[in-house]
Design a protein around this ligand. Structure first.
Ligand SMILES: NC(=O)C1=CN([C@@H]2O[C@H](COP(=O)(O)OP(=O)(O)OC[C@H]3O[C@@H](n4cnc5c(N)ncnc54)[C@H](OP(=O)(O)O)[C@@H]3O)[C@@H](O)[C@H]2O)C=CC1
Ligand SMILES: O=C(O)[C@@H]1CCC=N1
Length: 274
């Protein structure tokens, strides 16, 4: 992939995940700069990955060819306004937003009409190179910019383009927010395992190894549907069948659908507010 000079504006959880993925895949550390108002997260990024860091957004933007907008959605307008007021020149630069709930139209307005923007939705497993990122760009974005953005995200995992901008909100519900769903499920399982007598470490080991194994079974067996993998575990008249029956009787499918719809609705609500 091309190693364009890359700036992350906002050095929080998601930037750290993406930077880690990039460095792990061989992106040169001296082509990455991160900007953040407070120092500790920057110091940790410099220590862990050898990138450059600054508390001055303008300095990062000036040096970069590609700028990743990685502040909280609610901070985006004020951050960009300050940047433009400070004299930032965005011409010739590709902007990549990772923010939930801010449309390309809004980003264009917030940047004084800049049109070279790609919208993405990554997730935190990018930290380990196991991320999943959705991407969307308007038709005028060049092939070279699309390819760069895709390979940048693929350095941290897998990437999937969506055909409509609202597809990004569906990616949020299915991948961006979704690591937390699995963590919640694992928390509940670990809690129950502890209540049944395992130590906290034993419960975590049992749950984490099983989750890892299950995810790897899905990835390693594309010829099998996820339902078939579940059926392989479920002996007739056995223990798993009883657990699955309990999940189904308690409406697991509806719970999951409602939770994913709530995430999409919140993303759309943010889009209408910000
Ligand atoms: N976390 C996730 O799983 C995912 C998050 N996202 C998106 O990523 C974006 C960042 O989220 P996340 O990393 O979780 O949030 P964090 O709060 O961890 O990171 C945001 C960072 O932005 C910094 N910041 C605040 N104001 C400014 C400013 N004016 N200029 C530069 N930096 C600033 C904050 O600094 P300080 O703390 O010092 O104030 C903080 O380090 C959001 O838009 C979110 O929607 C997308 C996909 C997944
Ligand atoms: O919770 C959020 O709003 C962000 C976007 C996806 C994951 N975290």
């Amino acid at each position: 992939m091309e190693h364009r000079k890359l700036a992350f504006i906002g050095a929080g959880n998601m930037s750290r995940s993406l930077i880690s993925g990039l460095i792990r895949s061989g992106y040169p550390a001296n082509n990455i700069i991160a900007a953040n108002p407070s120092r500790p997260k920057l110091d940790a990024l410099v220590a862990d990955f050898g990138i450059t860091a600054t508390q001055n957004n303008l300095e990062a933007v000036t040096q970069a060819e590609v700028i990743v907008l990685a502040v909280k959605p609610q901070m985006m307008a004020s951050m960009l306004e300050e940047l433009l007021n400070a004299g930032a020149e965005l011409d010739g630069k590709l902007l990549i937003s990772i923010a939930a709930g801010i449309s390309l139209n809004r980003l264009e307005a917030m940047t004084g009409g800049h049109k070279r923007i790609i919208r993405t939705m990554p997730n935190t497993p990018s930290l380990l190179g196991l991320g999943m990122t959705g991407l969307y760009a308007h038709a005028h974005i060049t092939r070279a910019d699309r390819d760069y953005c895709q390979s940048m995200m693929e350095a941290a995992g897998k990437a999937l383009w969506v055909a409509e901008e609202d597809g990004i909100n569906q990616v949020i519900a299915t991948a961006g927010s979704a690591p937390a769903y699995f963590f919640l499920f694992m928390e509940a399982m670990a809690k129950q395992a502890e209540q049944s007598g395992f130590s906290a470490e034993e419960a975590r080991l049992l749950v984490q190894q099983t989750a890892l194994g299950a995810a790897n079974m899905v990835a390693a067996n594309p010829q099998l549907s996820i339902s078939q993998l579940r059926e392989q575990v479920t002996s007739k008249g056995g223990t798993t069948a009883e657990a699955i029956r309990s999940f189904n009787d308690n409406g697991l499918e509806r719970l999951v659908a409602d939770a994913m719809t709530a995430a999409v609705n919140r993303a759309r609500e943010l889009e209408s507010q910000l």
